[in-house]
Design a protein around this ligand. Sequence first.
Ligand code: PNS
Length: 163
Amino acid sequence: MKIAIYPGSFDPVTNGHLDVLERASRIFDQVVVAVSSDNSGKKTLFDCSQRLELIQENIKNFTNVSTESFNGLLVDYANKIGASVLVRGLRAVSDFEFEFQMAQMNRHLDSSLETIFLMPNEKYFYTSSSLIKQVHLFGNRMTGLVPDNVALALSGLAKKNNF
Ligand code: PNS
């Protein structure tokens, strides 16, 4: 059985992420969306349990997808759950440098874990969680770039903070 891991911060999950996830779910037997709970690197808008919950509501229709948080090194978590493939979404050339570094480092740490890149539909090429946060927190508009529960959560935060 081929288990793939789809890791990220998912702060918050976007339709671009869900597009990549749907593609991965067609290729692998099981896909685990691994939400990084490590907050040493960057400060997140949503805490880990909120990010998990926002994903959870959007994977109900997939029979072979689950989500979980992880801490520490990704290769160790992948090993723990028996994943042999690491899936990352690749949008524009600008993603490449960072993704290449990460894939090489993960390969250095564990050569049995293979990274593959999946491209989302081109309508999501310019979607990123950080741009989405700006647009939704300050603009409160329907963009079609995030699932409904994420749009709701963002407008809730905007109201709470009087943006
Ligand atoms: O969505 P992001 O923020 O680009 O995801 C980055 C993530 C969480 C996949 C990456 O930071 C990660 O793997 N963190 C866990 C710690 C780790 O293993 N670091 C070494 C990776 S080269």
